[in-house]
Design a protein around this ligand. Sequence first.
Ligand code: G4P
Length: 552
Amino acid sequence: ASAKAVQAQQAAEQAAAALTAEVLEREVGRRRNFAIISHPDAGKTTMTEKLLLYGGAIHEAGEVKARRSSRSATSDWMELEKQRGISITSTALTFEYNGCQLNLLDTPGHQDFSEDTYRTLAAADNAVLLVDGAKGIEPQTRKLFAVARLRGLPVFTFVNKMDRPALNGFEIVEQLEKEFGLQSYPVNWPIGSGDRFVGVYHRPTKKVVLYEKRGQAGRSKGATKAEYDLDDPELQQLVEADLWEQLQEDVELLEVLGDELDLEGVMAGKVTPVFFGSAMNNFGVELFLQTFIQLASRPGPAQTRSGVAVSPTSPNFTGLVFKLQANMDPKHRDKVAFVRVVSGKFEKGMKVRVARSGRTVTLAAPQRMFANERQTVQEGFAGDVIGLTNPGAFAIGDTLVTGPTLAFPPIPTFSPELFAYLRCPPNQKKPFLKGVEGLLGEGAVQVLYNTDEYITDPVLAAVGQLQFEVVQYRMKDEYGVDTTLEPLSYSVARWVKGGWDVLEGVGRLFNTTVMKDVYGRPVLLFRNDFALQQVLGEHADKLGELSPYALP
Ligand code: G4P
């Protein structure tokens, strides 16, 4: 009888494991996680809104913006955002579309960078490149694209504002190729632009999709009027002669350029599917979504430091802390740690181990952000982002595990370009040091120190000016310290991989200043790239390898 009982037990366990595997496979398979990269004003907020509208997450266009402006009323930390009209915090928005769960990681859309922007991209599986059809590729897009490239993310391009006079589609395609080395595969193609934008030709179905004009279409979905074959005489009636002829020509040319979509190229971030439309008027947004969920990368295996990959469907839960944020809600003076689920199933109240410290933490108050409103999350799978109230147990880059201990490669910190001493009044030294430590631990900014031990004020090293402002604002708001900034005229930093021994071997260096990072490692600061090249020209051999990033 006992042998039978054991057998039954084993069978039950096997069935449970099979069920778990099935659930994991299904849930991971339907997840698409992405970040939008764009230059301010290209229409990211509008696009986000329309995506959420199709996903049923909001019911009327305008809600995202409304939330964006109303939330600052509830938080003085957000006051800075309101003043600047920007979004400093990045969060994940979740919505469903055709059976898929889409997680949109919101990257700050201001021209100033922060480390957060980069970290958010470090948690994304796909990038959507949003381009203003009239302006083409703009500076911030370049910077963000460089990060997406570094990570080898698949890139999907949406050319927006086609209802305004726009560049020719082929010009955009050429820019993508020239500037980013991206080969384009236009999934749809615009017919006209500006006042004469009448619709798109959808290549997978070989149909022309016409749109209703703005006015009726902007606020609700379903702006599509009808679909036509390319040679449909009715279409010829509807579209002005020159546009119709142009379309026939363009379609031929597109076919010559390439008929087949190179999926592997897309996955490798070398080929970008391109879409044209107008987010504001709902032109082409749904066509984009339909193709996006088919082609976008689902959450994949994650490489660990030891080289072993963690499968997203592994039964053990693994998560990566990629961002910390303090005081999102000043009423609670809380901290939130943003975790990307890498494998297994996240469950509310589960116990995990922080790989770095070995500490066991109960994930008691998990939250997902929706347009800055918190919803309690019951479960999550690979590709999901969960906000955890942070009892101080988490640091950026931490791995949370239920199974064997493992660690992911460090999230890169990006080469700072702006440097300034942060000073405080003599009587506020104590809270000042506490504040520096707190903000540093959170990764709000990088800090360097003078090698002269009598100069103890920290040097803030940032990617964008905004980071300085945030540090000063928070120093005042959270620690009560009135700081001043003394900008330094450096713009390039290089970490000396060989350390102090190597530096001593080189002897006196001109055109550079040596500082140390928080780990005491030498960092060379240069006024500009020219100064760096000069020093390299004279001492490259002896200096050995230099890194633009803080070394792990
Ligand atoms: P961002 O988040 O990338 O900064 O851009 P956002 O969506 O806020 O859009 C910037 C401006 O561009 C907004 O106008 C928006 O309405 C407009 N816009 C977005 N998509 C389209 C489009 O497809 N066609 C046209 N013609 N305009 C578009 P605004 O005047 O700054 O704001 P609002 O008063 O319209 O809200």
